[in-house]
Design a protein around this ligand. Sequence first.
Ligand SMILES: Cc1cc2nc3c(=O)[nH]c(=O)nc-3n(C[C@H](O)[C@H](O)[C@H](O)COP(=O)(O)OP(=O)(O)OC[C@H]3O[C@@H](n4cnc5c(N)ncnc54)[C@H](O)[C@@H]3O)c2cc1C
Length: 392
Amino acid sequence: MKPDLFESPDYYNIDDLLTDEHKLVRSAARDWVKREVSPIIEEAAQKAEFPKQIIGGLAEIGAFGPYIPEEYGGAGLDQIAYGLIMQEIERGDSGVRSTASVQSSLVMYPIYKFGSEEQRKKYLPKLASGEFMGCFGLTEPDHGSNPGGMVTNFKDAGDHYILNGAKMWISNSPFADIAVVWAKSEEGRIHGLIVERGMEGFSTPETHNKWSLRASATGELIFDNVKVPKENLLPNKSGLGAPLLCLDSARFGIAWGAIGAAMDCYDTALRYAKERQQFGKPIGAFQLQQKKLAEMITEITKAQLLAWRLGTLRNEGKATSAQISMAKRNNVDMALKVARDARQILGGMGITGEYSIMRHMMNLESVVTYEGTHDIHLLITGLDITGLNAFK
Ligand SMILES: Cc1cc2nc3c(=O)[nH]c(=O)nc-3n(C[C@H](O)[C@H](O)[C@H](O)COP(=O)(O)OP(=O)(O)OC[C@H]3O[C@@H](n4cnc5c(N)ncnc54)[C@H](O)[C@@H]3O)c2cc1C
């Protein structure tokens, strides 16, 4: 793979809106991605292996629990700093960002928000340091966009629960030490349970043959009469709203992360367009290529502004789920379009692993589907503005 020459586009001087701390956090993440991710990620993706050696580095740049308070091992940062870390990591690879998102927003966040003090103390510092890796089990083979229909369930068996069912498409599952699993009680109410690797009847088979997010491990979670201690139930929130709050946090990170992937594609295509000569001049001198580049930077700039504003709303505790949906949907769609146009600018070279573009493009096909599909987020906006439910 070519050396990482990335230079971040900032067409509207959005840096002026950031604090010194934001810039410091971003530059630490950016330097780390250049040093530790860029040199190894193409090979990891080609081999379809999660590069476990980067776990320690992810913890060091604060990617595990950026906004979790320091007393629990988190970095204690604000939402914009969290977004910037996700942006920089996804600039390297969406699969690596997925690992960080799951750990932070889908495992640490529910334990922090809905867990007991004992659970927080037991799990959060280890998750923040990467000693423990976690996964989040919501999706089932027959319940994807409609997680409320889940059939995974647990029954009260005296001093423990008995958990049965299966989850599918679970990021990090093949190597996770713990899983935050959403399951129905005998009353049909959804609760979160912390399931630990090694519990009898719990297995995590890997999903193979993916063309997307190849550097991220994906798998199933299978529960065959798993005995879960009662103290592993998250006590402070139940109902579908609990996992949906986790998804709000993860979707916010994706809205920023997708910008990173788009920036990398744009920066690569711009450099290539200025260097590559055809018909006696750089291809960047042709109007058709300039149109693609000009539209890319316009869309990236709009997405940056959307993410920044959403970050300020989240810092004030005012961002709605529907606002987060809009940013996730818009920014991932934007990144996919940028990746496709950037790939064309590179011609044949665009399909090789010499450049990151094709990998980003393939990765984004998962990102546009997971954490609520492109269409589902549109329906969320539709419901929000009309008050009319078009889901069913
Ligand atoms: C690589 C990867 C990693 C993932 N990681 C995780 C994870 O860590 N944890 C986890 O719990 N899940 C995870 N997922 C699952 C992901 O969230 C689901 O794939 C997603 O929610 C969509 O569900 P589905 O694939 O079952 O599609 P379906 O729900 O079957 O949808 C299929 C199509 O139908 C459309 N559709 C569905 N309902 C409607 C409707 N009412 N109106 C109009 N159109 C509709 C959808 O938009 C989509 O286009 C992951 C998925 C992938 C691909």
